[in-house]
Design a protein around this ligand. Sequence first.
Ligand SMILES: N[C@@H](CCC(=O)N[C@@H](CS)C(=O)NCC(=O)O)C(=O)O
Length: 217
Amino acid sequence: MTITITAFERSPDGGKGLARDMRVRWALEEVGQPYEVRLISFANMKGPDHLAIHPFGQIPTYEEGSLVLFETGSIVLYLAEQHAGLLPRDSNARMRAITWMFAALNTIEPTILELTTAKILEGDKPWTEERLPLVKDRIRARLDKLSAHLGVSDWLDGAFSVGDLLMVSVLLRLRMSGILDEYQNLAAYVARGEARPAYIRAFAAQFAINAQDRTQV
Ligand SMILES: N[C@@H](CCC(=O)N[C@@H](CS)C(=O)NCC(=O)O)C(=O)O
């Protein structure tokens, strides 16, 4: 059955791989599933056709026959459960990997999104200068603990899992801020994720769309 995901027609990051379709592409590449991409404009994302499959009018979505999913966590969990390679067989280890997915999306990502909001959406507000150090320190408070947990290990809990896929994806959003480089082991962890052949293929696919787009501008 054909798998179709949605992605930005024109990604605001110009192809840096920070849009969330990248997580789904990476998971699909890890489990060896071919997929098609339907590109969507910002205007159409909020239109009735897209709202019918994504109640918040966002990307990415996932369609496979009668199955329609939104939320990257749900999509990559589905892929990890359907195909070998992203979740351990042992039931306790499996639940721990799923726990790391939640940690990435629920405990780490919100602090990073706060920085994006403070810088981009509210960057012109009079309180921004005062607020930014607080927001950055809240990220550091989480990363201190994450870094201590990772220690010298390659991945968060044994072999690479869907928990790592989401954690690396989330941490990548910090690179431009310089905060990631304050944590040598986390920076190396992210680089290990980016070096995986599946990541490289997924990155190239989304970059090709955005590079193509740039030549048309
Ligand atoms: N929690 C959602 C977040 C989805 C999301 O924020 N998508 C962004 C692109 S990375 C988007 O569609 N932004 C446009 C908008 O919200 O209008 C998920 O993980 O799938």
